[in-house]
Write a protein that binds this ligand. Structure first.
Ligand SMILES: *Cc1c(COP(=O)(O)O)cnc(C)c1O
Length: 366
């Protein structure tokens, strides 16, 4: 059996006529940058996230950068985030001139450790960026309580968590502002690069609208030093079509994750938590094993592809060598880097394929 790690073609084929006609409209109207398709998507995505505003951008990395800039974070400031995130979270902080203040994660949910946030807060701390890693919301009740006590804004990195829920609240609606990526492989994926911020704060909305367009509200009048971070019309059109299908795709992901959890339950593996009140949207399905490398090689031989998200934590990346961290500083993140393995998961993955993957893993353990 041949199993792709991710099959974007299957999704496209299932909605081809809708996508093709939405793209044709963009060409018909020459609405290549921003325009009606983007504005419509912004309003639909804000409702979907249970927020008042959404600003369409050209990537999730821009979303993080502009959120930080809109909060006036820059040189001399520190921003707390997890040591085991995708590089963009820390890079966006660094590019504003601020310093990422990394903290370790909890082994059970693999998300930022609440106790360690509290310890990391100092005089220079200006914000906290929890990452909803793999689609599972971070411990937002505790994080919001700490943030309120210290008067700090929370920026949710929801790049992997479109439609996730946390005690009845939508991921992205809990902090001051939230950042999404629509990179093609994300749960809601564009036909290229795209991202967005969502917020209930109309001043942040206004500022990010300016920052994405060279700091201007009125053409050729530049009040802020901004960027070109506008969303393309085609991306807004494609995302608008796909958003209508997202809930059914998410249900499939959760069903597949539950199937994996059931089929792998008796093996010596750490499996992702599945809980009602902290509803993960399973952007990734990540197991952990002390024999990770052997297991990955064995699966590759059986034509089961797998990936590692992420093998090297932020503090051990050469790009962040200037932070002066060393191996051992964030032991949980480091151990996860050695032990985790992402199995194929996407809405169109068939039951037989899930069963095949699980049976190969059982084969490995004998
Ligand atoms: C994908 C991702 C980003 C960056 O998004 P891009 O659209 O690729 O720039 C940021 N943070 C996390 C956790 C991500 O997974």
């Amino acid at each position: 059996m041949k199993i792709p790690y991710l099959d974007l073609q299957a999704q496209y084929q299932s909605i081809k006529s809708e996508i093709d006609s939405a793209i044709a409209d963009i060409f018909a109207n020459n609405a290549f940058v921003l325009g009606k398709a983007v504005a419509d998507f912004e309003s639909d995505f804000a409702s979907y996230c249970q927020t008042d505003y959404c600003v369409g951008l050209n990537s999730g990395t821009s979303a993080l950068t502009l959120a930080l800039r809109a909060l006036d974070i820059g040189p001399g400031d520190e921003v707390i985030t997890a040591a085991n995130t995708f590089i963009a979270t820390a890079a966006a902080i660094a590019h504003t001139g601020a310093t990422p203040k990394l903290v370790d994660v909890d082994p059970a949910d693999r998300n930022i450790s609440v106790d360690q946030i509290e310890q990391a807060i100092g005089k220079k701390t200006r914000a906290i960026i929890p990452v909803h890693l793999y689609g599972r919301p971070a411990k937002m009740n505790e994080i919001m309580a700490i943030a309120e006590r210290h008067g700090l804004p929370v920026i949710e990195d929801a790049a992997q968590a479109h439609g996730a829920d946390y005690f009845g609240k939508r991921a992205g609606s809990i902090g001051k502002i939230a950042c999404f990526s629509f990179y093609p492989g994300k749960n809601l994926g564009a036909a290229g690069e795209a991202g967005a911020v969502v917020t209930d704060d109309n001043e942040l909305d206004r500022k990010i609208r300016m920052l994405r367009d060279h700091g201007s509200e009125k053409r050729y009048h530049h009040d802020l030093l901004g960027y070109n971070a506008r969303m393309e019309g085609i991306q807004g059109a494609v995302l608008g079509v796909k958003l209508k299908h997202l809930d059914s795709w998410t249900e499939s992901r959760i069903r597949i994750a539950q199937m994996y959890n059931d089929l792998l339950a008796t093996l010596p593996l750490d499996l992702p938590l599945i809980e009602k009140d902290v509803r993960s949207v399973f952007h990734l399905y990540v197991i952990a094993s002390d024999q990770r490398d052997e297991l990955q090689a064995y699966l590759a031989e059986k034509s089961v592809p797998s990936l590692i998200h992420y093998p090297i934590p932020i503090h051990l990346q050469p790009a962040f060598g200037y932070l002066g961290c060393k191996a051992g500083d964030f032991p949980v993140s480091e151990q996860l880097g050695q032990r985790i393995l992402s199995l194929p998961i996407f809405p169109e993955l068939k039951d037989e394929q899930v069963e095949y993957v699980a049976s190969q893993i059982r084969g490995f353990f004998g």
